[in-house]
Design a protein around this ligand. Structure first.
Ligand code: ATM
Length: 241
C-alpha cells in the first residue's frame, strides 16, 4: 500500500536531524550504502547546500567571521538554499521514484531559528512552506544526544563553524526543540539514542527504515548491477545502485 501523504511523487523523502556531534554523517553513509545494496535508487543530499547555489549560501552561513549575521538574514538564507535544493535535486529525484536521504531539512529551521534563536514559530512555518511548497518528509530520523556529550565530541575539530561555536544553552534549546517536534509527530519521527555505539545505531536504523519503506509499498528491488561493470555517468547528486 502506498502512502497517502501530501506528496504525489512516487519516491520517499527521508530526512536526518539532530544537534552537533550526533554522528549523522556516519549513519547516513552506512544507511545509503545498505539501501543501494538492496537495489533502491538513492539520492543523497544535504542542507544547507546540495546545489552550486546552495553550497555558496552554505559558505556564507557557516563562516565564523559572520557572527554579526542578523537572524532574519540567517533564516532567509537557509530557506533560499532549501528552495534551490527542492527545485534542482529533491523534486526530480522523488519524481523518478528515488529514496531521497537529506541531511537536515525544514525541521532544522524550526529548531535552530525558531526554538533556539527565538523567531516566532508561526513565521518559521510560513517561511518553510514558501521554500518547500508544503512538501514534508515521509520519515525523519532524529539522532538525539545530550549536547554536553555532542559538544565534547566536536571540540576535537580544528575549527568550529558559526553555529557550532554557540553557547551550551543554545544547543540545549536545539535539543528541546527537536524532542518537542518528535513528541508532536510520533508517526513521522524515528528517535534514536545517539549515545549508543555507532554500529548498534546503524543496525537499528537499517531495520527501521527498510520496514517503513516496505510499509508504503517500496519493497527492496533486489541487488543492483555488478559494481565492477562500467556505467554511464550520472549527475553527481543522482546516485543509483
Ligand atoms: P551541519 O553541521 O549538519 O552540516 O549543519 C550546518 C549547520 O546549519 C548546523 N549547525 N550547527 N551547529 C545546523 C544549521 N542549520 C540551521 O541553523 N538551520 C537550518 O535550517 C539548517 C538546514 C541548518
Amino acid at each position: 500500500m502506498r502512502r497517502t501523504s501530501t506528496q504525489e511523487a512516487p519516491g520517499y523523502l527521508l530526512t536526518f536531524e539532530g544537534g552537533e556531534g550526533g554522528g549523522k554523517g556516519t549513519q547516513i553513509e552506512g544507511l545509503v550504502a545498505h539501501l543501494q545494496s538492496l537495489g533502491y535508487a538513492v539520492t543523497q543530499t544535504r542542507e544547507p547546500g546540495g546545489t552550486r547555489i546552495g553550497d555558496a549560501v552554505r559558505r556564507i552561513l557557516l563562516d565564523p567571521n559572520h557572527r554579526g549575521m542578523d537572524f532574519r538574514a540567517e533564516v532567509l538564507l537557509y530557506e533560499a538554499s532549501r528552495a534551490q535544493l527542492l527545485r534542482e535535486v529533491i523534486h526530480p529525484a522523488l519524481a523518478q521514484g528515488h529514496v531521497v536521504v537529506c541531511d537536515r531539512f525544514s525541521d532544522s529551521t524550526t529548531v535552530y531559528q525558531g526554538y533556539a534563536r527565538g523567531i516566532d514559530l508561526e513565521v518559521i512555518n510560513q517561511l518553510n512552506t514558501i521554500a518547500t511548497g508544503g512538501l514534508r518528509p515521509d520519515c525523519t530520523v532524529l539522532l538525539d544526544l545530550d549536547p554536553v556529550i555532542g559538544l565534547q565530541r566536536i571540540q576535537k575539530r580544528a575549527r568550529l563553524d558559526r553555529l557550532e561555536g554557540e553557547a551550551l544553552a543554545f544547543h540545549e534549546r536545539v535539543r528541546h526543540g527537536y524532542r518537542t517536534l518528535a513528541a508532536e509527530d510520533t508517526e513521522r519521527f524515528l528517535v534514536i539514542d545517539a549515545s549508543q555505539p555507532p554500529d548498534h545505531i546503524q543496525t537499528a536504523l537499517r531495520t527501521a527504515v527498510v520496514t517503513r519503506l516496505c510499509h508504503v509499498g517500496l519493497m527492496p528491488p533486489g541487488p543492483g548491477p555488478d559494481p565492477r561493470r562500467p556505467r554511464r555517468a550520472r549527475p553527481e547528486h543522482i546516485r543509483r545502485p
